[in-house]
Design a protein around this ligand. Sequence first.
Ligand code: ADP
Ligand code: MG
Length: 328
Amino acid sequence: MDEFALIRRYFAPLSPAAEGVVLGIGDDAAILAPPVGYELLMTSDTLVAGRHFPLATAPYDIGWKALAVNLSDLAAMGAEPLWFLLALTLPQPDEAWLAGFADGLGTLARRHGISLVGGDTTRGYLSITITAVGSVPASAALRRDGARPGDLVCVTGTLGDAALGLRLNGFESRAPCAQSEHDLPALRARLDRPTPRIEAGLALRGFASAAIDLSDGLAGDLGHVLAASGVGADLRADALPMSEAFSRQAEAGDRLSLQAAGGDDYELCVCLPPDRLAAARAAIAPLPLTVIGTISAELGLRWHAADSTPLNPELHSYQHFDDRRQAP
Ligand code: ADP
Ligand code: MG
């Protein structure tokens, strides 16, 4: 199968006639008409085999995750997804792999009404780059630089499942944990098929003073908000929300490191004034919004135990050029 047949067969179906698409796949570039009165947001994320997903990951999950991580960036900005580009590098045109990949990608794309408008297909080591475009009404985007002293720090959903899923599956060069069989699929699903919090991002637009998505781990990601906003934060380690599977399977001594430094949760971390909390919660229900701390004028990120005693955890968020961390 040549490159063009491959694109027609697997990727053209992800490109339905969609609003604003003057010309989609097939020419040298897509022609897009931005919605009047809106700003466009563009984001790009690459998944490299063996680094961003274990080599044994199902093609469906790879397709899903490649789009999910980009949608998560749009969610963090409060954007509505519009269009995306797919740059795919493949070792060979394996049809079973392509069918699974396009299925996972297409299922998530349809769920969020985002339309594939072009891309590139090349041969080489497996890697997927997606560029996604979204929109917000002018000046309404959520940003990292708006947190103010006194704001509450909140997170959606639960933290740590993906990192625990990675560990219990025997990646990270640790043995799989025998008693975890029952909870393993749920944890593994958080790692392989993350849920981008698009609806929550849209709903939080009127409430949040700052937002970021949690891709590399809470401590590091919140650190970006603090730096951009010129503030600090005090967090309660025991307040970090856990799933039932996580609370059954994570050892007490590992929890904070999994929840605060483990990546791949793709939840949103938002800051907001306390008087907006109830309305923000109602706006994203039934997804939980948990208060985990407060923003302060004193720079730095400080952790506290339930009785307010200071903690000094050693937390390392994922960094590509950090030699302390090795790829799975
Ligand atoms: P060019 O040579 O102009 O770069 P290509 O031959 O790479 O164009 O691609 C032909 C058309 O197919 C273009 O419209 C391009 O956007 C689209 N395309 C290529 N690869 C993909 C892909 N993986 N997914 C979606 N569209 C693709
Ligand atoms: Mg061209």
